[in-house]
Structure formats: C-alpha cells, structure tokens
Design a protein around this ligand. Structure first.
Ligand SMILES: *Cc1c(COP(=O)(O)O)cnc(C)c1O
Length: 429
C-alpha cells in the first residue's frame, strides 16, 4: 500500500496534487509520503506481535534526517553501516543504544565513535574485524557489544548484486565456523561481549521461502549460542521485497488479489505468520532490519520531459532526471513504473525509452516500454523510488542533487534543498 493515486486524473500524494509541488519546488524532485512510511513501520511491527522484537530501520535505504526523525518518534531502532549514518541518527534524535552497526569494513575511527556513543551492537563480519574491535575497545578501556553475522549459504533468489547470503558473497562468516569463533572470542577477547547473532541474506526478496529456509537452518545454532554464550538477540536482517508495479486507481484491487495464495507477493503479515511461530519460544529478542520495505513504495522521483527524439529504431523521451539521481535501473536492472502526473485523455500506449541527460548508455529508466504518451514540458513520476533512490544519488556530470519533499497530512515540507552550483564546488581548492 502507498499514498499515491490519481484523483480527477491528477497524480496525488496523500491527496496533495503532485503538480503543485513541482510548481513550487521544480524538478527533479523526490516526494515522500509520511503516512506510508508510518503505515509500513507499524504493519511490520504488528506482524511480529507474539515475539519480543525491535524494528531497526536500515538507514542506508533513505537517510534523510526528517525521515529518520519520523521513525525515531515511533520508537524505531536503526541499523547503520557507517559512522556517517550514526551521526545522522543522532542528529535526528535517534537513540544510539538502539543502533546496530553492520558492514564488512568498519574503520578504527568508526569503531571509536560508535563505542563512545554507546551503540547496542557491532555486527561483525569476520574474525579479523572482531579481533580489531577487541583491540580498539581495549585501548578505550571498554567492552564492545558484538554479534557475528552468519552467512547461512541460502539462495535468496534475488538479483545477484543484492544477494548476500551465499558462500560466494563477501558478507558474514561461514555457518560452520561460527561455534569455534564464539569459543575463541570467549576465551581470548576480553574487550568484546558477544551479545547476539545476525544474518541478512539479501534484498528485495519477494517470496517467503528463503526467509524460512534461513531461519530454520540457523535456529539450532542460535539455541546453542544462547545456552553456551548467553546471547540475548538474534537479528534476522531485512530484505523484505516490495512491489514495483501497482495500481494507482484509488480503491482498485491490486492484481495479485486475484492470484492464488502461493503466487501472491510477500506481505509482512505472511512474513510474521510464518516466522513468529518459529521464533516465539526461543526467549531471545528478535531484531528486524528493513530498509526497502519501510520507504520504497513511500517515495517517487518526479522528472520533466525535455525533448522527444525519434530515431530510426526507437522513440526516446529525454527527461531531466538521470542515473545520478536514481541509479537502480543502471546498477541492478531495477524496475520503476513510470506514470504521467496528468493522466492523458486517451488510453493509447506507445513504445518508448525514457532516458536521462547523462553521458552513459546505461542512463535509462526504461527501454521499449509501452507507456501513455507525454510531451516535452510534461512531468512523469518514477514510482517506488523511496529506497536506494536519493541515498545513492551523486553529483556525476556535475549535476546538483535534487530536492526532497515530505508530505505529512495535508502539508508538504521541503526536507532537503536542491543543491546550488556553489554547493557543487564546496570544499574544492
Ligand atoms: C542493506 C541491509 C539491510 C536492509 O535491506 P533491505 O533490503 O533494504 O530491507 C538490512 N541489514 C543489512 C545488514 C543490510 O546491509
């Protein structure tokens, strides 16, 4: 579910006309629905009712301060992957004691910062990192709370660039090596306290199977670690997938409502009903690290058509957003539904490529897709751009970063100013 729909042929966000936001803030423009973010957070939280748990939002999906603040006020924890993300969480009023720190390459400075701020757990990804953390904590005269990320060698059945739980991925420690690693940590590392176990098998998982497989595979290991090492939490990671193609007619049933249960996309209710029974008697705190699920469908990127170019083989619509603003299609063949802000009178579809202005052939948002026609000057929305959209934006081609707007109730707030040309060279000598 999300807050975007057509009303009187105009695309709206929680009832607010998106064209009016374009008139005020120009394009390219990211727009987010606060109601959708909160709905997703609470739905997932409720789906895990019945087991002690905490939802730790994966900051990297969208790290705008206003979005972090929104989630912090709801009691969310945060899963961070850098010192910079911890800084943002603190600035947004988040509690470091509810932060977990993931990632394969934490630096000494990041460890020191996170130790000083008192985070909940360092989720470490190798023995070398655990030993280094022990040394750094020792120098500061403190004990670092830690968990090891287990690589359960489960196929997440997602795009190869966002699969993380197979042995050939760089993430985590091999399943079979975990017991001895916890033994060695207990015997040799006086400045770490093993507080939990973590896993995360990949992103944009759209079926429940791999989640269940990973939980069932790791369950005996977790029980042993609880008994022998007194761990208190198990983070089962993020990765819940979203639908990148949805109906925008308010009140319309989604197409999958008519599909057999087994073929429907994953819902958080299904996720909860499959996992809670398997987790509830463990006596451990279960951590969840959703990123995409919370913010993905809650944001759009609005872009204006600059030119139409009819080539021999194709029709190109050249728009003012590029892969520097939204890299998912170029990076991992990400799909974004493309819809006009103003619905055309006729329902004819035309085959087209929607491309950006960047000097790269990979700079396209779709190829050979049948879409309603739109003309230079018209705006379209790239749907479901709330996760890994702005967060991955860059200044490539010396393009200023786009502005971001948050819609809350019936008000819109600029939550990030569009960069200026001066911003582009800030810090350069
Ligand atoms: C990226 C990441 C997540 C979030 O993944 P989503 O697919 O956005 O839910 C969670 N945990 C870890 C360790 C990650 O690296």
């Amino acid at each position: 579910m999300h807050g975007f729909s057509y009303q009187n042929n105009a695309l709206t966000c929680d009832g607010l006309d998106l064209q009016s936001l374009v008139d005020e803030f120009s394009t390219p423009l990211y727009v987010y629905s606060a109601a959708t973010i909160l709905d997703h957070f609470h739905r997932l939280d409720q789906a895990l009712d019945g087991v002690e748990h905490e939802v730790a939002y994966a900051v990297k999906a969208n790290s705008n301060l206003s979005i972090l603040r929104l989630l912090a006020t709801q009691g969310a924890g945060f899963d961070i992957v850098s010192g910079g993300e911890l800084f943002r969480v603190i600035k947004a009023g988040g509690d470091p004691a509810h932060c977990t720190f993931a990632g394969v390459g934490k630096t000494r400075d990041e460890m020191i910062y996170a130790l000083e701020q008192g985070i909940y757990s360092f989720n470490v990804e190798s023995e070398a990192e655990l030993r280094y953390l022990n040394d750094v904590a020792g120098e500061l005269g403190v004990v670092a709370p830690a968990a090891v990320r287990v690589n359960p060698n489960v196929d997440a059945k997602t795009h190869k660039y966002i699969s993380t739980g197979k042995s050939e991925n760089k993430f985590g420690v091999d399943f079979d090596a975990i017991p001895e690693l916890y033994e060695r940590a207990a015997a040799e590392l006086k400045h770490v306290k093993m507080r939990g176990l973590q896993m995360h098998i990949g992103s944009q998982l759209t079926s429940i199977g791999p989640f269940v497989e990973a939980v069932e595979k790791v369950l005996p290991l977790v029980k042993m670690l609880k008994e022998c090492h007194g761990i208190e939490f198990w983070s089962i990671g993020g990765g819940i997938g979203i639908i990148y193609q949805e109906s925008l007619e308010s009140g319309d049933a989604a197409w999958w409502d008519n599909q057999p249960e087994a073929e429907r996309p994953l819902t958080v209710e299904r996720y909860g009903s499959e996992l809670v029974p398997r987790l509830k008697d463990l006596g451990l705190k279960i951590l969840l690290e959703p990123g995409r699920y919370i913010v993905g469908n809650a944001g759009v990127l609005i872009t204006r058509c600059l030119y139409e170019k009819k080539g021999l083989a194709k029709t190109f619509k050249i728009v003012d957003a590029g892969m520097n603003d939204l890299i998912r299609p170029a990076l991992y063949e990400g799909h974004h539904q493309i819809v006009p802000l103003q619905k055309p009178a006729n329902e004819e579809l035309h085959k087209m490529d929607v491309v950006g202005p960047i000097c790269e052939s990979g700079d396209f948002f779709c190829q050979d897709r049948m879409l309603p026609d739109f003309q230079p000057g018209d705006c379209v929305a790239l749907m479901s751009a709330g996760a890994y959209g702005f967060a991955m934006a860059s200044n490539y081609n010396s393009r200023p970063l786009p502005a971001e707007v948050l819609v809350e109730g019936n008000t819109s707030t600029l939550i990030r100013k569009r960069q200026t040309l001066d911003d582009l060279i800030e810090g350069e000598l």
